[in-house]
Design a protein. Sequence first.
Length: 130
Amino acid sequence: MAFDIGKSKVMVIEDEPFIRTLIRRLLKQLGVEDVHEANEGGAGLKEVVRIRPHIIFCDIHMEPVNGLAFLQKLRALPLADVKSIPVVFLTADSQEETVLMAKSLAVNGYLVKPVSPAALQARMQAILGG
């Protein structure tokens, strides 16, 4: 059976309201209806534990809890089904240090802003589609 992207539950953690709205619109274009949002990593972590999304799209540069700190806290959770949720960073930051840190924390992918619908769909398909 083919993977149905529309049945995905997605979490978007992004401090810029405009970017959150943009990502939500792109996901809706792809048929994803179940989209949850948070404006920084601390709020995002609470929401992730509550809703248990299939995939998380997360900015790196946010305050007070940035994307790297969010990912570190997520991967350290004692809940196996939550700590293993795929995380894709949405960022304009391609500095080697940031990329290496993200890899060491088991990030599942990187998408460079601005994100295209095709790139979003391809990443979701690759991660969730098996």
